[in-house]
Design a protein around this ligand. Structure first.
Ligand code: TA6
Length: 311
């Protein structure tokens, strides 16, 4: 089915719902929803949430203005889904790595550039819209295990996401994954991240050494850390936008904090040289020793809840 036919079919199914529109961005299809509390846009490719905005607030998420919107190219920004491995496969546990026979594989797994199916859009009430997407993963040279992935996004007074993995095959498999959220901030130099004090982290920029700090995190150079086994709310305090972003997760014990800063920003695709001032990634995940293994018919889910509060 070509792009126009897909859009027509989606309109036939969901176009009558209040506040729901089906949109085309160059080669990609997106579903936008708007209700009394918030609005959001999610792309079928990668089930990638590109924007969430509470009514009367600035966008919660950062999205590059250099996105290509091309088939097979994940958007830079929003909330990409990283599965069945996070980051560089070579840095993943052997139990994950040894399942893949190919030498060259994409970073952050294989579902960011796949077109997911829009399984449902429901108006729960005047302030809450539920969007469901699914991906039926077929065995391939890249990943030999069948699986069904489900993403549920609740757009309301806060943003909730639940990512589920179901082993639909007859063999067990292991994976790591993350919801790779890019948050929209006024200026990285003035931002503080609260809630990580005293939490051990792996510093991937310092030979993956374990470290810990009792101070709120302030960013003044490239940061790429994996905070381990944390619980509770993490806050981005953003005085420039006079707001805080609250991020909580469920069943995702790890949190990656990433900003490329100036040098790495120049090497990133679809990323303006100075854009590092305007974004900060907090990525709810389960990585390394928190990898997951699913037997046939077993399922696993993790998720996040984010909201903006005015300071
Ligand atoms: O989340 C941290 C990270 O692994 C960084 O090291 C950087 O590579 C970032 O993800 C973005 O990865 P991408 O493949 O989307 O360019």
């Amino acid at each position: 089915m070509n792009l126009a036919d897909k859009v027509q079919a989606l309109y036939a199914e969901y176009g009558a719902l209040k506040g729901v529109t089906i949109e085309i961005y160059k080669q990609l299809i997106a579903v936008s929803v708007k209700n009394k509390a918030a609005s959001a846009t999610i792309f079928l490719q990668g089930a990638q949430l590109a924007e969430y905005k509470q009514a009367g607030e600035r966008p919660l998420l950062w999205l590059s203005d250099q996105c290509d919107y091309q088939v097979g190219k994940p958007l830079r920004g929003g909330i990409p889904i990283c599965w069945p491995w996070f980051g560089d496969l070579a840095k993943n546990p052997d139990q994950v790595k040894d399942q893949i026979s190919l030498d060259v594989v994409p970073a952050h797994g294989l579902v960011r550039d796949q077109e997911w199916c829009l399984a449902d859009v429901k108006l729960i009430d005047s302030e809450t819209t539920l969007i469901k997407l699914e991906l039926d993963v077929q065995p391939s040279d890249l990943w030999p295990f069948p699986a069904l992935l489900k993403l549920e996004v609740t757009v309301g007074r806060s943003l909730s996401m639940n990512f589920e993995v179901i082993n639909t095959g007859d063999k067990a498999f292991s994976f790591t994954s993350a919801l790779h959220s890019y948050f929209n901030i006024a200026g990285i130099e003035r931002v503080e991240v609260l809630g990580l004090e005293g939490v051990e982290y792996i510093d991937t920029l310092k030979d993956w050494r374990l470290s810990c700090s009792n101070n709120p995190l302030r960013v003044s150079s490239e940061v790429d850390r994996i905070y381990k086994n944390l619980s509770g709310v993490v806050l981005i305090n953003d005085p420039g936008f006079v707001r805080q972003i609250e991020v909580t997760s469920h069943n995702a014990p790890d949190l990656v904090v990433w900003n490329p800063w100036a040098e790495k920003a120049k090497r990133l695709s679809n990323f303006a040289d100075q854009a590092f001032h305007k974004m900060l990634c907090l990525e709810n995940a389960h990585l390394l020793d928190n990898l997951q293994t699913l037997a046939p018919d077993q399922s696993f889910s993790m998720g996040l809840n984010c909201r903006v509060s005015i300071t």
